[in-house]
Design a protein around this ligand. Structure first.
Ligand code: HEM
Length: 106
């Protein structure tokens, strides 16, 4: 294979149908066991340029889930401000920022 000088090579992480939907069943086989298709093996990159952030991201998420309650923000009248999660597309996909209330569980 000829790869021209200056080419940028990246990998395709869009291998799941309807990739934007939360479908954990993708990773469970007919017996209810986890398949060996572990997206963590590619979402943080591959090879020598792999992200150094996998462990710290895991720790941050686990710490937040273990210690914080998350609820929708309220307006001046105390009514819940409803929202539909929307994303900003790009090389990396971002959740559009929205107001939520984080409160300590302890
Ligand atoms: C959900 C969270 C994260 C995801 C999905 C993610 C994903 C990625 C990806 C795909 C790359 C590019 C790998 C490549 O060039 O092929 C990268 C690079 C990198 N990430 Fe992350 N990352 C995340 C969080 C973090 C955090 C929290 C840190 C630091 C504390 C971090 C530090 C880095 C660094 C330093 C690189 C550059 C590595 C290099 O080029 O040698 N990342 N990340």
């Amino acid at each position: 294979m000829y790869i021209p000088k200056g080419a940028i090579i990246t990998y395709n992480t869009w291998r799941y149908p309807d990739v934007s939907r939360f479908i954990p069943e993708r990773f469970i086989d007919v017996n209810g066991a986890l398949t060996d298709d572990d997206p963590a093996q590619c979402v943080f990159g591959l090879g020598r340029r792999q992200s150094t952030g996998d462990a710290s991201t895991w720790f941050a998420i686990v710490a937040m889930l273990a210690t914080l309650d998350t609820s929708p923000a309220k307006d001046d009248q105390g009514k819940v401000i409803s929202f539909t999660p929307t994303f900003i597309a790009g090389v990396v996909r971002y959740l559009k920022l929205t107001r939520v209330i984080l409160s300590s569980r302890h």
